[in-house]
Design a protein around this ligand. Structure first.
Ligand code: KIV
Ligand code: ZN
Length: 513
């Protein structure tokens, strides 16, 4: 059997289902371009029927990104399939991905249809998708809680109808590795036409087993793995792409498989996805967490200094990452900064670079040594489209026996708006001052802060979740000043809320016309 595993990346579809992780079309395109550099085989660019914004974003990716297959998700209804096709028809290699529930729980409780009706619907949908394009994937949603005889029947029928890929999702992350591997092996044994399609798996991480389940499925004959950078995705997320790829690289004795992934792009892709989705990478995240290559115990440090292999099984360079190192100071100049950005594989226009250089100087003034991680954290400021509100001035007061207070000046277009507030602490006071200016009713959910590098002058990175009406949004901000980083994160979230509101107002207007 062929040992090449197809990597199907779904950060822009299942990954974007992470609560709060809303991406605009430009951000989606930027991630898709990076996924192409990472050399994934398939980019699932979105679920076009879910919103006009998603349809447009998928269309743009299909038009502009070359290399990987561009897939779009659809339910088994004609309207969805037409919309998916509309989104991807300009791709060099389009794929329509159709799904329908396969478990009794989904068919009885969600779809309220009997298994025979669902089977016929699946076949009809695949035939219709096939009339539009040759590459059609079919997913049996919640397969790991479905009856096995029904799985065989559906897989055989959709392959006969023309499916080129059949996907077995562990939608609720219920499977355990041995059981899941055995299921894949039995599907191969019992479905007579299985050789006419690629067998795929799609594992969620509710029990923390998504990567193990995916690897076990590959060992048992699956040849497409659906996975996401940093393991982002619905609920506890999906299988992490980087963990699967690196496990195959480091343990070929157990996983004698290859992928087309350009591993040197893993680190950069991981940072970009985190930056644009606003979903932080846990410090101890396997392969890409900042502690994955850090050694803190004296015994470990001593061992690594003598020979890295004593405590390291993965070389950071394999994934294109480098240990934190002092690279730049305020005196380094434009040329040196350009060079370091090139080393990090960031290209930018002269206009963006001029803006970035100013940000760099501001940082280098506050922080003597600037590391790669600092540059990457700063890049957020030039990645986003023009914000509605930006921070012009902040003065905050806090401490023992003082009343915490903040003065905030925000820029909105040409206007400068000002407010003063007190609060339970300096962050609360500053957020209240921002609320006075914007007039929005924002509820703060989580608040997380961490240092990008080590040392007292490190950049602080703040991730927050905010709720406005029914929308959950993630905001991110960086600064050497933790109150300023907190306010930037709040404004980042607010700007995203305002962009979403503008978007839905435009859509309402269009629907009325
Ligand atoms: O988890 C799931 O079942 C899915 C399908 C749409 C493939 O995301
Ligand atoms: Zn999923």
């Amino acid at each position: 059997m062929n040992n090449r595993v197809i990597i199907f990346e779904s950060s822009l579809r299942d990954g974007e289902q992470t609560p709060g992780a809303k991406l605009n079309a430009q951000e989606k395109l930027e991630i898709a371009r990076q996924l192409a550099r990472l050399n994934v085989d398939v980019i699932e660019a979105g679920f076009p029927i879910s919103s006009p914004g998603d349809l447009k974003a998928v269309q743009q990716i299909a038009r502009e990104v070359r290399g990987p297959i561009i897939a779009a998700l659809a339910r088994t209804v004609k309207e969805d399939i037409d919309c998916a096709w509309e989104a991807i028809k300009e791709a060099a290699r389009p794929r329509i991905h159709v799904f329908l529930g396969a478990s009794d729980i989904h068919m009885e409780k969600k779809l309220r249809k009997d298994p025979q009706t669902c089977l016929e619907e699946a076949v009809r949908a695949v035939k219709y998708a096939k009339s539009l394009t040759t590459d059609v994937e079919y997913s049996l949603e919640d397969a790991t809680r479905a009856r096995e005889d029904y799985i065989y029947k559906v897989v055989e029928a959709v392959i006969d109808a023309g499916a080129t890929v059949v996907n077995i999702p562990d939608t609720v992350g219920y499977a355990v590795p041995q059981e899941f591997g055995a299921l894949i092996s039995r599907i191969i044994k019992h479905v007579p036409n299985i050789n006419r399609a690629v067998l795929s798996v799609h594992c969620h991480n509710d029990l923390g087993l998504a990567v193990s389940n995916s690897l076990e499925a590959v060992k048992n004959g699956a040849r497409q793995v659906e996975c996401n950078i940093n393991g982002i995705g619905e609920r506890a997320g999906n299988a992490a792409l980087e963990e699967i790829v690196v496990a195959m690289r480091i343990r070929p004795d157990h996983y004698p498989f290859t992928t087309g992934i350009n591993e040197k792009e893993i680190y950069k892709t991981s940072r970009l996805v985190s930056k644009l989705t606003g979903i932080p990478i846990p410090v101890n995240k396997a392969v890409v967490g900042i502690n994955a290559f850090a050694h803190s115990s004296g015994i470990h440090q001593d061992g690594v200094l003598k020979d890295k292999s004593t405590y390291e099984i993965i070389n950071a360079e394999l994934i294109g990452g480098q240990a934190a190192q002092m690279i730049l100071t305020a005196r380094s100049g434009r040329h040196a900064l350009r060079k370091q950005l090139e080393l990090l594989n960031y290209q930018m226009s002269d206009e963006d670079f001029a803006l970035f250089y100013q940000r760099f100087l501001e940082l280098a003034d506050r922080k003597k040594e600037v590391y790669h991680e600092d540059l990457e954290a700063l890049l957020i400021d030039i990645s986003f489209t023009e914000p509605v509100y930006s921070l012009e001035y902040l003065h905050s007061v806090g401490g023992t026996r003082t009343i915490p207070a903040a003065v905030v000046l925000l820029k909105k277009g040409e206007e400068t708006l000002q407010a003063v507030s007190t609060g339970t602490g300096p962050v609360d006071a500053a957020y209240k001052a921002v609320d006075k200016i914007t007039g929005l009713k924002i509820k703060l959910g989580s608040f997380n802060i961490h240092a990008v590098t080590q040392g007292i002058d490190a950049l602080a990175e703040v991730f927050i979740t905010i709720t406005h009406e029914d929308k959950n949004i993630i905001g991110r901000g960086v600064s050497t000043d933790i109150i300023e980083a907190s306010v930037k994160a709040y404004l980042d979230g607010i700007n995203k809320v305002l962009n979403l509101m503008a978007h839905s107002n435009n859509n309402k207007k269009k629907n009325r016309n």
